[in-house]
Design a protein around this ligand. Structure first.
Ligand code: ASP
Length: 326
């Protein structure tokens, strides 16, 4: 390892790279990663920094194809052997999905740290510069090695598997679900307090198949579920209610999908507690389990979808999937 850590930034866009467009009054992509990092005082004191302009998109425009390209690029950087940590600048809306995708597909001890901003660069109280500085401090920290992909926002360090965005507008917009945040970064001091969270690895597939999330709500029918199958979904994730329960219509839909050989993973709309098979009435979690559905446990619907896409892309069968969703 070099005396001064080498931190490689990959800019992909998001609010952190936006400014208010005077014509519309709304934020739009405006700044490169090089411009963003150049504007952060003290960054060069943390390490030797280089910046790669990968994209400049709002994260809603993120596509699975982009995830594959990003993972391959990071594999290349790791193989070159001259980088100590990677910081990815990314929109906050989809950040947890991209971060979890890399957590699953890129096994490396090297810190891979996501950050972004809740306020655009036009805001007098923009949070981007401080988040960049914090993320760089974590990426340069030896203590951050072997901890999987991380999200650093507002001075808190989260693991990609556990973190979710819980606030649409506050600068402290992210929270770790079961267990609490991994640690903090305050004035450049990186401190990990919680234990390492479980990590699964699936080899990076060449392609990612279609997987849809079907949400349970009062009175829902099987229209969206069957529509997903007609569009060629190779797997389904159910965002159930409570511990992962659905009504009769979705229960029938799930049975139909399973009979057609389409794997179904049960997660919950509820952020805390995880999905568990508890009830055996039609649509209850135990009945879904008995029908052959797999439980996502701690994974949110959007994270369960990422894992199912990767696993199906890597040709996992039903048994392999069951071992993966532990
Ligand atoms: N809509 C923005 C995005 O995800 C939000 C953000 O970056 O905070 O790209």
């Amino acid at each position: 390892m070099s005396p001064q850590p080498h931190i490689h930034f990959i800019a992909t866009g998001g609010t952190i790279a936006m400014r208010i467009d005077p014509a519309t009054g709304g934020a739009v992509p405006a700044l490169t990663g090089a411009e963003l990092t150049a504007a952060v005082p003290g960054l060069q004191l943390i390490g030797q920094v280089d910046v790669e302009e990968f994209a400049n998109i709002p994260s809603e425009h993120m596509q699975p194809e982009f995830w594959l390209r990003l993972a391959r690029r990071i594999q290349q950087i790791i193989a070159q052997g001259d980088t100590d940590g990677i910081v990815i600048l990314h929109g906050t809306d989809i950040m947890e999905e991209t971060a979890f995708f890399l957590d699953v597909t890129v096994p490396t001890p090297m810190p891979i740290v996501f950050t972004g901003a809740m306020r655009s660069a036009s805001d007098p109280k923009a949070d981007g510069p401080a988040n960049i500085l914090d993320a760089a401090a974590v990426a340069a920290s030896l203590d951050a090695r072997e901890r999987g992909v991380l999200i650093v926002m507002h001075g808190d360090i989260h693991s990609a598997r556990r973190v979710t965005k819980i606030d649409t507008s506050a600068v402290d917009a992210f929270e770790s679900i079961m267990p609490p945040d991994l640690g903090t970064v305050r004035s450049g001091l990186v401190e990990f307090s919680a234990a390492w969270s479980p990590r699964v690895h699936v080899p990076l597939p060449a392609q990612l198949p279609r997987v849809d999330i079907i949400t349970m709500y009062a009175g829902v029918d099987d229209f969206a579920l069957r529509g997903a199958l007609e569009r060629g979904a190779a797997g389904l994730v159910i965002a159930g209610v409570g511990a992962g329960n659905v009504n009769q219509a979705l229960f029938e839909g799930v049975n139909h999908a399973l009979a057609a050989g389409i794997p179904v993973v049960i997660s919950s709309r509820v952020p805390f507690g995880g999905a568990q098979p508890l009830y055996s009435y039609a649509g209850g979690g135990m009945a879904l389990r008995r029908a052959g559905a797999i439980f996502a446990h701690d994974l949110s619907p959007q994270k369960a979808r990422v894992l199912l896409m990767v696993a199906l892309g890597a040709q996992y069968d039903q048994r392999g999937l069951e071992e993966l969703f532990v």
